[in-house]
Design a protein around this ligand. Structure first.
Ligand SMILES: C[S@@+](CC[C@H](N)C(=O)[O-])C[C@H]1O[C@@H](n2cnc3c(N)ncnc32)[C@H](O)[C@@H]1O
Length: 322
């Protein structure tokens, strides 16, 4: 359908005032319009569409207005309103059944690549050596796809939208990725995303609790990646309404101190990881010390390391199976 440029411009003018009054970023308004109309960021910023009689739009102005009210009054995240988010190189479908994948989580994939490269380097210099650490996280780094273990199994536990599994499939071109979630509705979204991104045949989705559906992989997993629920139960309800009212609680609540799932993954992964296998999780700011303690006291891991996100906050813990 089409809307008039002038009417749209007038609507945007009102929507901007409402956004400021509701403390919602104008970038979100731009995002909504870029997703739902043919306008791009430049056209929106320059307002060059004002005199155009016909702008292509998925919705009428009344429908757009209704959607915008849901953003402002019900605090629905704009990604759920448009049904789309962008993560690494991928456009992913998101519904309220899945957590909206966050930009910092993208770094998990870079850490995997670095861990593999450092393991290969260590093996080349000393074939019998145990893996060495990949160094501090340095953000995105080009990766040569040639240097990868052949036919390895990697696991994304708590896959949600499938983002991590898809990221892994894109860099681990010879591997099979197993992705697990407890939520059937989340898995349906993840499968659709994997299919849309062209990895449907390389990612196997299973429903269950953590390792439960993957018994057959005991001792054969090269790496376990997880962004598990890690927010302390008492903190969950204090988060912004966009999160507490709309994102799935199953994705957020990590128990009394937020570390229930991380403790479980640290305790159970040694049965599944091969020697030298990678254990990598995302955690909340302030949890690094406790996670190092959990891993070191477990006794099955070596080279425990903490990595920071791009804001310098310690958010990732990596260790290797002895
Ligand atoms: C923080 S979200 C992460 C989602 C996605 N991996 C991402 O990074 O955007 C945690 C995910 O763990 C799943 N989850 C919670 N408890 C689980 C369990 N016992 N077994 C498997 N998955 C679980 C949730 O359904 C949710 O999808």
């Amino acid at each position: 359908m089409f809307v008039s440029g002038l009417e749209l411009w007038q609507w945007i003018d009102r929507a901007k005032v409402e956004a400021i009054a509701s403390d919602v970023s104008l970038t979100e308004l731009e995002w909504l319009l870029q997703e739902l109309t043919s306008l791009d960021k430049l056209a929106l910023r320059l307002e060059s569409f004002k005199d155009s009689p016909k702008i292509q739009s998925n919705l009428s102005l009344a429908e757009l207005d209704q959607l915008w009210k849901r953003r402002l009054q019900e605090r629905v995240p704009v990604q759920y309103l448009t049904g789309t988010t962008y993560w690494r190189d991928f456009s992913l479908k998101v519904t309220p059944a899945v957590l909206i994948p966050r930009p910092e989580t993208e770094l998990l994939i870079d850490l995997v690549v670095e861990a593999i490269q450092s393991r290969l380097e260590a093996e080349n210099t000393n074939p019998k050596s145990t893996p060495t650490h990949p160094g501090r996280a340095r953000g995105h780094r080009p990766y040569s796809r040639g240097g990868e273990f052949s036919k390895s199994n990697w696991v994304d536990l708590g896959t949600g939208s499938g983002a991590i599994a898809i990221g892994l499939a894109s860099v681990l071109t010879n591997s099979t990725i197993y992705a697990v979630d407890f939520s059937t509705a989340a898995l349906a979204v993840a499968q659709q995303n994997a299919d849309n991104c062209g990895f449907g045949d390389r990612i196997k989705f299973d429903r269950g609790s953590w390792w439960e559906p993957l018994e057959f992989l005991k001792g054969q997993v090269s790496g376990m990646i997880s962004n598990p629920p890690y927010i302390p139960s008492s903190t969950v309800l204090t988060l912004q309404p966009e999160v507490t009212k709309h994102e799935p609680h199953l994705a957020l609540d990590g128990g009394l101190d937020g570390l229930d799932c991380i403790r479980h993954l640290a305790a159970t992964a040694p049965d599944y990881l091969e020697s030298g296998g990678v254990w990598l999780v995302e955690m909340m700011a302030g949890q690094a010390e406790a996670v190092v303690e959990i891993l070191e006291s477990q006794g099955s891991y070596c080279d425990v390391q903490i990595f920071a996100d791009l804001a310098g906050i310690e958010r990732f813990a990596l260790a290797y199976r002895r």
